[in-house]
Unconditional design. Sequence first.
Length: 472
Amino acid sequence: MALHQTIETHNQDIEDVYSTDASQRRLPKYRLPEHSTAASAAYNLVRDELLLDGNSRQNLATFCTTWVEPEVQKLMADALDKNMIDKDEYPQTAEIENRCVHIIADLWHAPKSWDTIGCSTTGSSEAAMLGGLALKWAWKKRREALGLPTDKPNFVCGPVQICWKKFARYFDVEMREVPLRGDALGLQPQDLRDYCDENTIGVVATLGVTFTGIYEPVAALAQALDALQRDLGLDIPIHVDAASGGFVAPFIQREVEWDFAVERVKSINASGHKYGLAPLGVGWVVWRSKVDLPEDLIFYVDYLGGNMATFALNFSRPGGEIIAQYYNFLRLGREGYTRIQQACSDTAQWLAQELACIGPLELVYDGQGGLPAVCYKLKDGVDHGFTLYDLSERVRMRGWQIASYPLPSDRQTVVVQRVLVRHGVSRDLIALLLQDLRTGIDFLQRNPVLHSTAGPTFSHGAEAAPALQLSA
Ligand SMILES: *Cc1c(COP(=O)(O)O)cnc(C)c1O
């Protein structure tokens, strides 16, 4: 190459990204660099590092959205500057959030869905905190009015997601997690009498238990609480953690009674970014009626010329996810959601049938009646020569991420594997996974693992290794 050409092209603006100074050095990782880097070079370097994150579409451990339409991507980019809290500057974003609350309240059979109250959150965790706080405040007010002590609140639940353990600790409420008895995979109505008392702020029922995908029997739990009220005079409300099920059951299991149709259900949370099909960063909490959210939890702030009510842990938050949620409602309608969730559910049940034919495996949840998911274990009483953790590692070599972990509370000796089928996970993709599972099991049977070092891969709220607890 002629000398003058080399000099001419040594210009940051036209130089190839991978021959710039920045791309020929190891970059400082834990301190701010002294100098600036050209945007294109910095962009490529950051993007390249993210290649190591793996491929979210093959992550069958997550409940969260990993596929959206191009229109959602566009709306997200359009909404980059929208702060949902700034209702004065972005009144239409605020109106859209409000519409979503009422659409969801209607979907969940709130008696006066147009007049009820609710809000968007960052996800189900924040929504659960708000639901729990409302229960705590309402209980406290009832007790104070009667001159009774308010220092020992508790809530009763089955195998809950980690957000409820956080709620208990952060807000100083005792969590009474009922152990799984016998073959039960969730809270049972007959458990309630032993665990509830006058200090119980509420029962938390889960629609779509994280560990297995089953629904806890909300209507039957409510009946048990009705009996408790008749016998002991305790009027204990239910909050439903419908993080995943809240956007599944209303479409494909309409016969299941779990929502505000059950009178004792006072509040419900769900993750817009799970089966709500919105991109990451949105959850919802809705109360049965305005009276179920104690007034003292609501802050009224004068903000840029308006007076507005806010009940949330955060203040500023992006508006894009809420707008994308509304887009999905408009775009898909009841018909679209039903078709998507039914397709996922059918594929999960198909996978369950296929897995049932694989010798060493035994189904724990077959995808029927709960979330579009499958949960299975290794058959008891046989030395298989490998664990499900080893199997997770084998299929990981093909890029699949499948969660393996012990069941919670009293059933920790049972290790299960769970596959979630969500939007964008087609029958064909699951068939490819199935083939890799068969190949993996075949390999492990021929090459037993003598000293396995594989352990739980994801925890989803289980008490596993501290570093793993943080995975969502
Ligand atoms: C995922 C999940 C949560 C937490 O929801 P985020 O939106 O991730 O904060 C809470 N409860 C249940 C049952 C869940 O599945």
